[in-house]
Design a protein around this ligand. Sequence first.
Ligand code: SF4
Length: 340
Amino acid sequence: MERFQPHRVLIEERALDYELGHNLYNYFSQKRVELKVICSHNRVTGIPGKNPRQSYLEAKRTLVIGVRQSKDFQTCKPSAHYQLPLVTSCPGKCEYCYLQTTLGKKPYIRIYVNLDEILERAKSYIAAKRPEVTIFEGAATSDPLPVEYLTGALAKAIDFFGREQFGRFRFVTKFTDVETLLKVNHQGHTTVRFSINSPYVINNFEHATPPLAERIAAAGKVASKAYPLGFIIGPILHYSGWQEDYDKMLANLRIKLPVSTDTIAFELITHRFTTSAKKNILELYPQTKLPLNEEERQLKYGQFGYTKYVYPQEIMSELREFFFARIKKYFPQAEISYFV
Ligand code: SF4
């Protein structure tokens, strides 16, 4: 899959004072993109769009380069202690993406140039907790890999955590441009997780993301460099032919992964939706084939007070049994971190 190329780049004036900001400005000056210097990355205007879908598509082609001001990190329970703020949003266009609900109508991609300051702050969080280990999540509000070729932020973070005895890093991606991460001295302190799904789900709902075979090949490369590895399978959809598709996916994963898979961890997430997510999805993808009929679902009360529609109990049990059995068959040593 081709690398992400923004059509529009907005760079905060202050970002030009940083080496990365300066380099990116020069890089995009040579490209055929709309390039503009703006006062603040928090006041982004000028992304066109006459309706929600157009605004969304234009935002997904827009890259904003800024200086991260806030010193504090958001917490990231339960999978990590803190979010590591490297990137916001992603050029992928998954119909079900939670960022459509959390980032508003214009989910433009934002990167930061003051990486050293961000990692310095991470260092102080680690120091405050030691000898306890502090875990940071690099993909809480983004998929950080598609813009890695521009920022080098993941490589820098992986190298940083490789040198931190009491710090650990993790991120998840659907993308595959992992070459630059392969030579970083990670010391086993960074877990790379790939989000995978059946070709049916990828083709119908995960637009502008790499196909399954490429994701598996990228996971193989990462595994060959002894990174701790994980897979998120989600959203798991219960459609006609799901057993065969997911079985093939896991069998193929088994064949293609080159090394011992003792430490692999799987996270299993069944499809669910909230009322506001459904509204946003229908606005952006009116023809969506996502199963969004409340009558076929069971209502579940979420921990933050909102309700979500999950599969009814008998389907949940069927999915759970299937995935636990198949993962045991193909990856007897693997851990299933959770099934929801
Ligand atoms: Fe959202 Fe991840 Fe898809 Fe990007 S790849 S659109 S972050 S679900």
